[in-house]
Design a protein around this ligand. Structure first.
Ligand code: F0G
Length: 482
């Protein structure tokens, strides 16, 4: 059979609520045009994130009942530990309540002010945690991503020559480690190839710099290696995963993604001495090292979810559903990042709303319009998330891309939900030139997109409209003066 179907059937259902366009208009205004501030019940389709939003399997629900909630040495911890060690191959595992806790704990031991930490692209919380330690998070996405090359199979790679240059130019000891995020969430969810992982590891080893993998979507990355990389088409997902992690000194993981869990994460390392140091800090803020802020039930869910995420039928369905949404949007003329990732479809808002300049936040404007049209919640990954204003110079640096991410929760939505989203895009596309930009009226110093307040701009400013001069989704890589 050629038709790829969901490799599961539904046992429990959750109602979806509908709102009128007028209600959504009022809800948007009330939320300050920030979709994080909406109530979930007011979102008909919630594509805000694929993080912590998965449907659990019957095996996971059964495991919840047998969970051991003892404070120390619970058998749920041992099952969790066994699962992580056997999948990732590291000697030591520390559970944490989610990915950013892993970042904070590891960085508090390894990062000093003034140091630089290169990556294929740091996710926002990773960047914030590095900056909180006074370090610089250096993004080195590969050329294929920077050029918007839709034929590239592995646009999530790190640029190896830029990495080498950074290392050679740095003072000794100023690069304590490097990171690779698999898949590369901030770069369209594009995967990292095994070749790039191997070569990064070799380069770093020559310079005695450790490599840590941000493993949030490790199974999806492994699947794309199997599908796209030469010599891996007949290698099993578990063997690909095993090889991927032999190139690293450790990994951090938010299990809210490919752990198919609603909460949780871990740090896995080979360096026992470093583990002991992290444990000390961990006990202060996360909990005893055999639970790390998680309940036994969470540990059980993750122990099973990590295996379910590497199941090939599941990954095939996951790819087919992302591809369905991507292909259908493309067919109706929506500029999407190609090839599609697995966890999300990314719409290029700058290419869709060419009349809205980056500083007027085309991504946020499109995300708001999707909500207004059909109650669909998505997430801007552009200047609202990554732009920065320097209070002293008044210069705002725009993000390299203005994307809207339609993140696909695991095992939650079906094809008819996707068809609803496609219809909403089709309607918006017909009146796209009437969509207005937004301005930020209130923002926090860090991770501003979570709490910012926006306001619609009456008329798009012609003086900063860069549309006619630049092509493609790289056109925003410029400085704007405000
Ligand atoms: N690393 C990556 C690649 C992520 O995508 C995330 C979270 C984290 C680390 C932090 O993990 O949320 O468990 O603390 N990404 C979510 C998202 C929030 O929507 O992409 P966390």
């Amino acid at each position: 059979m050629k038709t790829i179907i969901e490799p599961f059937r539904t046992k429990v259902v959750e109602p979806i609520y509908f709102t009128s366009q007028g209600e959504r208009e009022a809800l948007l205004a009330c939320a300050g045009y920030n979709l994080f501030k909406l109530n979930a019940k007011d979102c008909t389709i919630d594509f805000l994130t694929d993080s912590g939003t998965a449907a659990l399997s019957s095996d996971q629900w059964s495991a919840l009942m047998r969970a051991d909630e003892s404070y120390a040495g619970a058998s749920s911890f041992h099952r969790f530990e066994k699962s992580v060690k056997s999948i990732f191959g590291f000697k030591e595992v520390l559970p944490v309540h989610q990915g950013r806790a892993a970042e904070r704990l590891l960085f508090s031991e390894l990062v000093k002010p003034g140091q630089k930490i290169p990556s294929n692209t740091h996710f926002d919380t990773t960047r914030a945690n590095l900056e909180a330690r006074g370090a610089t998070a250096v993004d080195l996405p590969c050329r294929a991503w920077r050029d918007g090359d839709s034929a590239a199979s592995f646009a999530g790679n790190i640029d190896l020559s830029e990495l080498e240059r950074l290392i050679c130019e740095a003072e000794p000891g100023m690069i304590p480690f490097a990171m690779l995020t698999v898949t590369n969430n901030a770069c369209g969810g594009q995967p990292v190839s095994m070749r790039n992982l191997r070569q990064t590891s070799q380069l770093l080893k020559r310079h005695h710099i450790p490599l840590f993998i941000d493993a949030a979507r490790f199974a999806e990355n492994a699947y794309l290696i199997q599908q796209r990389e030469e010599n891996y088409s007949s290698t099993s997902i578990s063997s690909i995963v095993e090889e991927m992690f032999t190139y690293a000194d450790g990994c951090l993981m938010s299990c809210k993604k490919d752990g198919i869990a609603n909460i949780g994460g871990f740090i896995a390392l080979n360096d026992s001495e470093l583990v002991e140091r992290v444990k000390v800090e961990m006990i202060v803020t996360e909990g005893f090292p055999t639970y790390g802020g998680l309940s036994g039930r969470d540990l059980e869910t993750i122990a099973i979810g990590l295996y379910e995420a590497t199941n090939e039928d599941y990954l095939r369905y996951r790819e087919a559903s992302a591809r369905f949404l991507h292909d259908r949007l493309k067919r109706i003329g929506i500029p999407v990042i190609s090839p599609p990732a697995l966890h999300a479809v990314y719409v290029d808002a700058a290419a869709m709303l060419t009349h809205i300049p980056p500083l007027e936040l085309p991504g946020q404007a499109l995300a708001c319009e999707l909500y207004r049209e059909a109650g669909i919640r998505s997430c801007e990954i552009g200047t609202a998330m990554f732009g920065k204003s320097d209070p002293e110079t008044g210069i705002t640096v725009c993000a390299p891309h203005e994307l809207v991410r339609l993140a696909l929760p695991r095992r939650v939505y079906s094809q008819s939900h996707y068809e609803y989203v496609i219809e909403a895009f089709s309607n918006i596309n017909q009146r796209r030139s009437s969509i207005r930009g937004l301005k930020i009226t209130k923002q926090a110093e860090k991770l501003r997109h979570f709490t910012a307040v926006y306001e619609p701009i009456e008329k798009t400013s012609p003086s900063i409209n860069c549309d006619s001069e630049m092509e493609g989704f790289n056109k925003n890589r410029v400085l704007y003066e405000i």
